[in-house]
Design a protein around this ligand. Structure first.
Ligand code: GLN
Ligand code: ZN
Length: 783
């Protein structure tokens, strides 16, 4: 017996195209090779292809307005006319594309560096700030609101895209970013106000948009409010009620599907359920337990969109388990009021697994990218409506893949499991206190006051990239490539000695990416050829997939380090990426806790640390660029995360003797929230980013009297500007107000990979000169 099929929705699909067509189109437009009309044609073709693909796969609630030329938050800002004065938009007519891209990238078409995602400055207009979209690796442009901010409907993009799909015969459900989340993501510019106070001014614009959508023929609209997964103040909760009461009046008959995602509603559940909306989307991957609650408490005419397919990860779903669980949790909730969906938009997963031809054939069937996730949704809908051959086949395949994954020796390595069981608390602690270690290290190194160093990488020049590409294409032998790398390192070492740096680095020329480089050498990792995910604008990343127990079959960096050290009598830092960063920048297996995956990586890095020390490395830097960004969305979950993250760093860094100096690096400086964790990491030296805030962020280190050594970045590597000696001296003097001289190291605020040698050379020469000048007049020593 079959009942009518349950509707399926994607909430949003990747925008980049199966072969990153969006990147190609954007970059060719930006470089002036193509005209705006061609860019718009490419965009239109991408939208049409995505709609048709969803339709062909049997998705019934196809979204529109999920495409963007750069970012959907920027689209929203432009749509409501929130365009800062700098961009000189007169407020009349539509917003020109040039203005849009000026907000996205500044007017010099500047590149951004790999971390911190800040913007280069020049003479042109700066771009808006960019930051992470909740806890994803997608970055959005931060809307800026002025003191006299007003709003107007300055773009009809959602209506236009709805009509564009309609012209193709596809009836879509437009998606818009909800007003509360939009305001919450923005920041006030040069005024101190709560952005939510702008809600009354913003709502009429949203109301007008809804009524335009309705006139265009829309019957449903999806309104995304991921802020519902955050800790909300009573005022913010009230803002939701105000907003949706108003929007419900705007276009009677236009139904609203309110989408929450990236977590459970938690204490926002009552608020969400009190809103006058026709549908509510729930993330049941991050918070499966909330469905029972919702079913008991929700209005009986509410449509529930159940987000059961993981929109944040690449694993094939266990369709049978999902069916069983849904059937149980839904109880007698009317099946006509259900929609099946991914937990969130499919934006955050790669496009299509079928494009992977070189993946390990054993691992491949365990995965599902956006296309496969749509098939899973359709199969689930079918299965839940009584089933057919089609869904029976897919459910059977899913169960077989799940079983194979569970049993695979590729996934489960008994040695790793045993090692993990053998981890003792003392393994995650240095043998002696920092005070003792510091004595031993000072004796060993005899460094001057204010030792100078860099964060690790030197410019990845066109030559370096060319050589790597040639190696990959087989046009260069491995021997020739390695000789080339050694030459780069030798040049870099000689130059560092020449300019008088105290602690040297080999330059990281061999690394394509600080995570990939290690993942490729570790067991348990897979890499795709085409598994791109949008990071920001035209930039995409291809995160490694951690599918199995992680171990280190062989040393990864020892020979590179040893070669570099052989060239100099100065200390050469061993350079590693930390376990938490490797974890946070990968797709992580979902069959064991993340903390355990991280511990496995920590043990692998620990092996490397041990081998480096054995080979003679006296200083080892373990970068944790992504530690802070792994913080859970809810504050109540922070402690658990930070506890295991710190434990993992310590596990990786602690096998060494007192006189081996452990460094770490973090590309940010907002330490207030996580200061205790930073201290608990107990690195001998930490380098951080503080130059842009003019060392203000060192307050927290002073107030809590941070005991270990610190290299507060003395110049901003994200800008091409070369700092002069006086500027650096002045910054260090500011740092001296917070730290004692004996704690301070002098270094740039991040790796120099994205810079050109012409910028790096004078900058570091000035940095060394500044250190020498400062040594003449030490200020204070902590007792
Ligand atoms: N050691 C790395 C480098 O210098 C650190 C990069 C980062 O912090 N993102 O490139
Ligand atoms: Zn950094």
């Amino acid at each position: 017996m079959t009942s009518p099929k349950i509707p399926t929705a994607t909430l949003g699909v990747p925008r980049i195209g199966p072969h990153r067509e969006l990147k190609t189109a954007l970059e060719s437009f930006w470089s002036g090779k193509t005209a705006e009309a061609q860019l718009q044609d490419s965009a239109k073709a991408l939208r049409a292809a995505a709609w048709k693909d969803q339709q062909a796969r049997g998705i019934t609630k196809i979204p529109s307005n999920t495409f963007s030329l750069y970012d959907h938050v920027l689209d929203t800002a432009v749509m409501v006319g929130a365009i800062p004065e700098t961009y000189a938009w007169t407020g009349g007519g539509t917003v020109p594309l040039d203005t849009y891209f000026a907000m996205a990238r500044g007017t010099q078409g500047t590149a951004r560096s790999g971390c911190g995602h800040s913007h280069e400055e020049g003479n042109g207009l700066p771009a808006l700030e960019m930051t992470k979209w909740f806890d994803t690796n997608y970055h959005y442009m931060v809307p800026e609101f002025s003191g006299e901010q007003s709003f107007s409907l300055a773009s009809l993009k959602p209506v236009e895209e709805f009509l564009e799909a309609k012209a193709l015969g596809i009836h879509t459900r437009p998606v818009i970013l909800g007003p509360v989340t939009f305001l919450k993501l923005g920041k006030p510019h040069r005024v101190y106000t709560d952005t939510l106070s702008l809600l009354p001014k913003l709502l009429p614009v949203y109301a007008e948009l809804l009524s335009r959508l309705k006139s265009a023929g829309a019957d449903w609209v999806q309104i995304d409010e991921p802020a519902l997964a955050l800790d909300l103040s009573p005022l913010e909760k009230a803002a939701f009620r105000t907003a949706y009461a108003e929007l419900a009046k705007a276009a009677p008959g236009l139904q609203m599907m309110l989408a929450s995602y990236f977590g459970g509603l938690g204490d926002n559940l009552e608020t969400a359920l009190s809103l006058p909306v026709a549908g509510l989307h729930l993330d049941l991957v991050r918070a499966p337990e909330q469905l029972r609650d919702v079913v008991t408490k929700a209005r009986k005419d509410l449509v529930l969109s159940v987000g059961v397919i993981d929109g944040r990860n690449v694993w094939r779903a266990d369709l049978k388990a999902i069916c069983d669980r849904l059937t149980g949790d839904l109880g007698d909730w009317p099946r006509a009021q259900i929609e099946l969906a991914p937990s969130c938009s499919l934006l955050h997963v790669p496009v299509d697994l079928d494009l992977e031809t070189a993946l390990d054939p054993e691992v491949k069937p365990w995965l599902a990218f956006a296309a496969q996730k749509m098939d899973e949704l359709v199969a689930l809908a079918d299965a839940l409506s009584g089933g057919s051959r089609f869904s029976e086949k897919l459910v059977a395949q899913s169960s077989a893949a799940i079983a194979a994954r569970k049993a695979s020796t590729k996934v489960h390595d008994t040695n790793v499991a045993e090692r993990l069981r053998g981890v003792t608390p003392w393994m995650a602690a240095r043998a002696n206190s920092f005070a003792d270690r510091q004595k031993a290290q000072h004796k060993r190194f005899d460094l001057p006051l204010f030792p100078t160093t860099t964060i690790g990488s030197f410019p990845q020049t066109a030559d370096v990239r060319k050589a790597r590409a040639a190696l990959a294409k087989g046009e260069m032998t491995k021997e020739a490539y390695e000789a080339f790398l050694r030459q780069q390192t030798a040049d870099a070492v000689r130059w560092q000695e020449e300019i008088g740096l105290d602690v040297l680095v080999h330059g990281e020329f061999e690394r394509n990416d600080m995570v990939q480089y290690f993942g490729e050498q570790l067991a348990g990792f897979a890499f795709t050829h085409n598994g791109w995910v949008q990071s920001y604008g035209s930039r995409c990343v291809r995160p490694p997939i951690i599918y199995g127990d992680v171990s280190r079959p062989h040393p990864m960096t020892v020979s590179t380090w040893a070669y570099a050290q052989s060239l100099t009598a100065k200390p050469m830092k061993g350079m590693l990426t930390g376990p938490v960063t490797i974890l946070n920048w990968s797709f992580v297996r979902d069959d064991i806790p993340r903390a355990d995956v991280c511990r496995q990586i920590a043990l692998a890095i620990r092996d490397e640390v041990g081998d480096l020390e054995k080979a003679g490395a006296a200083m080892i830097q373990i970068d944790e660029a992504a530690l802070r960004e792994g913080l859970p969305l809810r504050r109540s979950d922070w402690k658990v995360y930070l506890d295991w993250a710190v434990e993992c760093f310590r596990l990786a860094s602690s096998p060494v003797t007192d006189q081996t100096q452990i460094h770490t690096h973090m590309c940010y400086s907002e330490f207030n929230d996580i200061f205790e964790a930073i201290t608990a990491m107990d690195a001998d030296v930490i380098s951080i980013e503080t130059s842009r805030s003019r060392m203000e962020l060192l307050d927290v280190f002073e107030d809590n009297s941070y005991p270990n050594e610190i290299g507060p970045g003395v110049y901003d590597i994200h800008s091409p500007r070369v700092p002069d000696v006086a500027q650096i001296v002045e910054l260090v003097k500011l740092a001296q107000q917070h730290l004692s001289d004996s704690q301070i190291w002098i270094n740039p605020d991040c790796g120099l990979k994205t810079r050109r040698w012409e910028e790096v050379r004078p900058a570091l020469v000035n940095m060394v000169a500044a250190a020498r000048q400062l040594r003449q007049s030490p200020v204070r020593r902590r007792a």
